[in-house]
Write a protein of this length. Structure first.
Length: 251
């Protein structure tokens, strides 16, 4: 069976979220099909797989390799191949630049236009965009925001089902992010940066990282730690003052 036909069949049968499936199909179409599509799955080699990912950026390379590993693992379970030619292949280290964000204090003082309430809600509650759009008045009760769905149906992961304390007013979100995205860009940030604003608020408020993980809906605590290590440049100066103050008292 040629890899193109096989891949279409497998992707159609995978039990994954619609958004993830769309990403897998995009990765296959853009980066895999030209190189491997017409080859029988049984003759694809490690060299072939490496040729696919070699010209790609580190992040795209990692995503593309993940798709191929999924496809080849399924090939093993179906008895089409004995081993995966993608197994053991490593991609370059991905360096993710810190995402710029605004503190909640800066957001309160900023000109946020007609979507001010929605932007502040994201910054004070840490919802993903897909979670916020799916939110209704019925999800706000008992002084909490109850997050249990997204525009894709389920939350991104089971950890996404959570409750967070209600801090600001809730107004229904627009179906498209264009207006809010434009305002965020005008302020030098992205919509997802507002989750970082929330993480920074939790950090500044002394919320323990394991509690922050739950409030942010992260499955992996390392993701939360990665965001928690974010800082503002003025914190370096403040750290210097604290060190000098402490040393003057102990010396």
């Amino acid at each position: 069976m040629i890899f193109r036909t096989y891949s279409e069949e497998v992707l159609e049968a995978l039990n994954i979220r619609k958004k993830t499936l769309a990403t897998y199909r995009s990765m296959y179409r853009r980066h895999i099909d030209e190189e491997l599509g017409t080859k029988p799955i049984a003759i694809i080699t490690r060299v072939d797989v490496q040729a696919v990912i070699k010209p790609l950026t580190p992040q795209t390379s990692a995503m593309t390799l993940a798709v191929m590993k999924t496809l080849f693992r399924e090939g093993i379970s179906r008895g089409l191949i004995v081993s995966s030619p993608a197994e053991g292949i490593k991609t370059p280290t991905i360096y993710v630049r810190p995402r710029p964000f605004m503190t909640t204090e800066e957001l309160i003082l900023a000109n946020l236009g007609k979507y001010r309430s929605q932007i502040l809600f994201l910054a004070f509650h840490g919802l993903r965009w897909s979670e916020a759009v799916a939110l209704t008045e019925a999800d706000i009760y008992g002084g909490k925001v109850h997050i249990n769905k997204s525009t894709y149906g389920d939350t991104k992961t089971p950890a996404g089902v959570r409750e967070v304390p209600l801090v600001t007013e809730f107004k229904v979100f627009p179906k498209t992010p264009k207006g809010i995205r434009k305002i965020c860009h005008e302020n030098g940030i992205h919509i997802h940066s507002l989750r970082h604003s929330y993480a920074y608020l939790l950090k500044q408020s002394g919320v323990h990282v394991t509690t922050a993980q739950r409030l942010l809906g992260h499955s992996d605590p390392k993701v939360t730690l990665g965001i928690y290590t974010g800082f503002r440049h003025e914190e370096i100066q403040e750290a210097g003052k604290l060190i000098l103050n402490h040393s003057s008292q102990t010396v």
